[in-house]
Design a protein around this ligand. Sequence first.
Ligand code: GTP
Ligand code: MG
Length: 403
Amino acid sequence: MIERTHIGIFGPRNAGKSSLVNLLTSQEVSIVSNVAGTTTDPVSKPIEINGLGACVFIDTAGYDDYGALGEMRVTKTKEVLKRCDIAIFLIPDTIFEDKEKLQEATKWFTLIKERCKTILAINQFRDTRCETRDARHEIRDAKYDIKKLFGVNEYIDINIAQKQGRDEVLKAIGFVQSQYQQEISIVTHLVKPTDTVVLVMPQDIQAPKGRLILPQVQTIRELLDYGCTTICTTTAKLAQTLDGLKNEPALIVTDSQDFKTVYELKPEKTKLTSFSVLFARWKGDIDEFIQGAEALSSLNENSRVLIAEACTHAPLAEDIGREKIPALIHKKINPNIKFDIVSGHDWNVDLSQYDLIIHCGACMFNRTQMLNKIKDVKFHKTKITNYGITIAYLNGIIDKITW
Ligand SMILES: Nc1nc2c(ncn2[C@@H]2O[C@H](COP(=O)(O)OP(=O)(O)OP(=O)(O)O)[C@@H](O)[C@H]2O)c(=O)[nH]1
Ligand SMILES: [Mg+2]
């Protein structure tokens, strides 16, 4: 299954970033004005674009925002970069008349290019000295070798006010996408199209009312597309479901919280995994997560663990990250281990103070973001695992599950 392509728009204030998002999506997604610093928080717009598939455009605050608030906005902009597969770096052509600003732009471009695939676009702002586009560009091009200056093979000249450049930018996105995008399966690498797969999906207090969660929906979709007979059941009905099947299922995918119960009920030859273990592989680096889980046994009374959940939700009693996992670790490893919780896209904490980070299934994050999170963790010389792998490890069944 292919993930939604995350495309961030970066550049200085008033470059026309929001105007470009509106042009690309053909919608009024972001507020446009001639006041520098109009966009403050990142603005995301998920959209299906013909030829590109499911995308999300993320408009950002200008990198040159200043003051205490401005600095906070720049921090947010940098965080957005960590979840982008592709960046569009937009500069106004007036920037070539200001050496300092141009230098700052090349510095930011290099920084962004190091993190993700970046497309350079130059937006034309007419001024009184040069009436025509060509005259203005002639002066610019005589003075600067833009490709050399930014270290690129190509750049795109656009004029957003004239609605010129939409097709060129979308084409460039498509080209970059075709170079990096690889299809990674969530679950079908574990089965054959003729197989039956049972999904155990407890609809407990934590399940959103009237809906299935994204990992369940995406797993079902992939299995159906592949041709598998896909049976959904709850933990309470699992024994009855298995009794009613003529042949044993090839695979059971369960909610991690019920690993133990499901393991005891499953037919011997049926493989077992969980949604969050499958997602650890699909979104992140399963080997890192297994190594992280192995660090659980060396935690002691002085250890600190960070629980990281992607989505912010009102915590409920029996919450897996806030209640169940800490309780299990206190019981099985050491009752004095300290836990902190962080929610949302950004870490907002000093990772180096933690011995281990336990992440949720990350269904709300994309693979790029999760891989960047793992990089952050390694940079701070700590370890990371996820909810499902932690539960499997603490229940002693890590070597009995598959991914
Ligand atoms: N002349 C001209 N004006 C443009 C063009 N593109 C955008 N503008 C104008 O430039 C101003 C800034 O545009 P925005 O899209 O708000 O720029 P931004 O980069 O999002 O700005 P911040 O949110 O402040 O960082 C607006 O007044 C736009 O109408 C263009 O191609 N030519
Ligand atoms: Mg803006």
